[in-house]
Write a protein that binds this ligand. Structure first.
Ligand SMILES: [Fe+2]
Length: 196
């Protein structure tokens, strides 16, 4: 990492690396990682910095950090006002999703068909959490969910237990059509959080 990295972000990465070194269980790592992410997205410097990040419209993610030693990934997403998100899962990866600017709606779904047809899925929304700056949602592998934008711009930092794009396909669900299909995740745009 560069030596002009935003200090709050550097502390976050250092803490994650310590967690990954100390713990071997993925769920435990991600529960502790969620707590570290909560501190990051509540940090005023990080929140102010996030207002300068570019939009990720068009199924993109900013790629803030790839940990070559431990395999975790840190992304960011910046939504335009009123952006509707697709219903999806993150395959076998754990994800912690932390809002750092604006407002989002974090939706969870149950799947209740018998999974006998590869292209068919019946889902229904079971909860919606209001995500304001500082709120973190920990999403387990295969959990069906969506993040919806609010009335204004919003930004979030995402911790993934492992790389998704290029390694595994994710499910995308269409609630009204009753369909599910496999697809690649967001295009990764390398982006460094520098203090200057
Ligand atoms: Fe997601």
């Amino acid at each position: 990492m560069r030596n002009d990295t935003l200090p709050a972000f550097q502390r976050f990465i250092d803490e994650l690396r310590a967690i990954w070194s100390r713990e071997s269980d993925t769920q435990r790592r991600m529960e502790l990682g969620r707590d570290a992410l909560r501190a990051l997205v509540a940090d005023p410097d990080l929140q102010a910095h996030s207002k300068t990040w570019p939009s990720t419209e068009g199924l993109k993610n900013l790629l803030l950090h790839t940990d070559e030693e431990h395999g975790f990934i840190v992304n960011a997403v910046v939504r335009e006002p009123g952006r509707t998100g697709s219903v999806h899962d993150h395959a076998d990866a754990w994800t912690a999703y932390g809002v750092c600017d604006g407002l989002e709606y974090l939706e969870r779904y149950d799947r209740f068909d018998d999974r006998s047809r590869p292209d068919h899925a019946e889902i229904r929304r079971v909860s919606t959490t209001i995500g304001r700056a500082g709120v973190v949602d920990l999403v387990a592998p295969w959990a069906v969910h969506a993040e919806q934008g609010g009335g204004g711009r919003s930004a979030a930092v995402i911790l993934r237990s492992q790389k998704l794009v290029g390694r595994v396909l994710q499910h995308r669900y269409d609630e009204k059509a009753g369909t599910v299909k496999l697809g690649s995740g967001p295009t990764q745009i390398p982006y460094e959080l520098t203090a200057s």
